[in-house]
Each structure stands twice: as C-alpha cells, then as structure tokens.
Design a protein around this ligand. Sequence first.
Ligand code: FPP
Length: 265
Amino acid sequence: MAMRRVDLAAIDRITNEDLLSELDPARLPRHVAIIMDGNGRWAAKRRLPRVAGHRAGADAVRRTVETAARLGLECLTLYAFSTENWKRPRYEIRALMDLLVEYLAKELHSLKKNNIQFRMIGRSEELHISVLEQIRKGELATFQNTGLRLNIALNYGGRTEIVDAFRKIARDVAAGRVQPDQIDDELINHNLYTRSLPDPDLLIRTSGEMRISNFLLWQIAYSEIHVTETLWPDFCERDLLAALIDYQKRERRYGRIGHLEDVPA
Ligand code: FPP
C-alpha cells in the first residue's frame, strides 16, 4: 500500500478520506482504550452547565463506537466513571449515570445491528440497581455478538481492579486451588475485569492532560499513548483516525532495542 505521510500538525486541512487512505488496515491496534476528558471545560467555554458537557460527551461516545466498529477494531474500552468520581456533586453523578442508562437504552438496537458486544468493567456492587439492570440487559442482549467488544469502565479504578484480582487469587490459594508459585502474569490477567482480552495497544487521552488517572494500570504496561488537545465532546472520526495513524508510526519495542540501532559484529 502506498503510504503518504500525513502531517498531523496540519490536520485541519486534511480530509477524512485522506486520513483513511493513510491507515494500514492490516496494522490496526487490536485494543484501543480512551480516557474521555474535557467535558467540563467544553461546557465552561460555552457558559453551559457541566452536565451539558457530559451530554455532548455521550454523543461523542456514539460517534466513536460507530467509527471503531466500522474500522473493524477488535476492542474499545471507554473510561466513563472512575472510583474517584463519587467525590463529584450528587447531581453530576446522577446525570452521568442517567446518561449511561439512556445511552444503553437508545443504542441497544444499533449495538445489536452492528454486532457489538457490550460489557461493563468495574465494581458493580456500589451501582444503583436501575443502572445495573440496564447494564445487565445490554450485556445479555449482545453477549453472542462477535464484532467490536465495547467495554464501558464504570465505577472503575485500576488499583481497585488489582485489589479485586488479589482477593480472588488469595481465596484460591487459601482453598488450595492455586499454589503461590503458580501466580504469574497469566494468572493475574485471568483474574482482572478484562480477562481474556488483549492489552490495549493504544491509549488515547483527550483534552491535553498527561495523566493515567488510575486507568487499566496493569494492562497498559506496553501501550502506546496518544494525547490530543481535543476536548472529549469534540472528539470525532478524524481525531480517532489521527490517533490510529500516530500509533502506526510508532516502533513498538517491548524492552528490545530498535531494529536499526545495532549492526551485528
Ligand atoms: C471527564 O470530563 C469525563 C467524565 C468524568 C465522564 C465521561 C462521561 C461521558 C463521556 C458521558 C456518558 C458516558 C457514556 C458511556 C454514555 P471532566 O468532567 O473531568 O472534564 P473537565 O476535566 O474539563 O472538568
């Protein structure tokens, strides 16, 4: 495939078709994870309440899921509500939960039609029963789908996930089902919420912040990170394409040296 180099700094002048032609479909990341940030700032810029930013953020979720499925990504994980987000005002928490429920109710038909398998990752215990019911309904209605796996991280914390995995493993050790020496990467992976999924190849964060914010701490050990200034509610197809093109320019080394860095003696 002929590759023209896209200058990401000049992205405003480039069409979506140009960006698409730049992508190598054979080297797409299997798993893309996104920290959706900037809803509040998007709203503040427009003198709107923060909740209006979250509502616009839910539209960006729709667009991004649709694009990811169309491109043929295997797995997309979106950080919707962290274990720390309970510290926000009650009305904002309520609005975020309502938006998720509304998203699932409205999009279920389209998730099914597009062969998308939806799953929640996070601690379900603290969630309101009405939220949990809608989540379980979405999971049940899509579990046989074989296309994009869509994870929504809700009441999710990377450390909490690791704590939960430790507890499960400790119970297995105490019951004699696992020997301490059998604990390895694979066993820990198997006890995470993302069990059986590939680790994210690409982590995207919007709104220019350079933080991990307790997201997928174990799984992002070797992820490529793409930070965009775009605020989440403005995130659209071209932002995702730009991130994927950026990813395809990286040389993934997993601790090895680069392929041009040495000559045999
Ligand atoms: C961060 O923006 C965003 C969140 C905490 C929530 C993300 C939620 C959505 C995109 C809407 C609903 C989700 C789904 C799955 C339908 P922020 O509020 O921290 O923004 P700020 O840093 O600019 O204040």
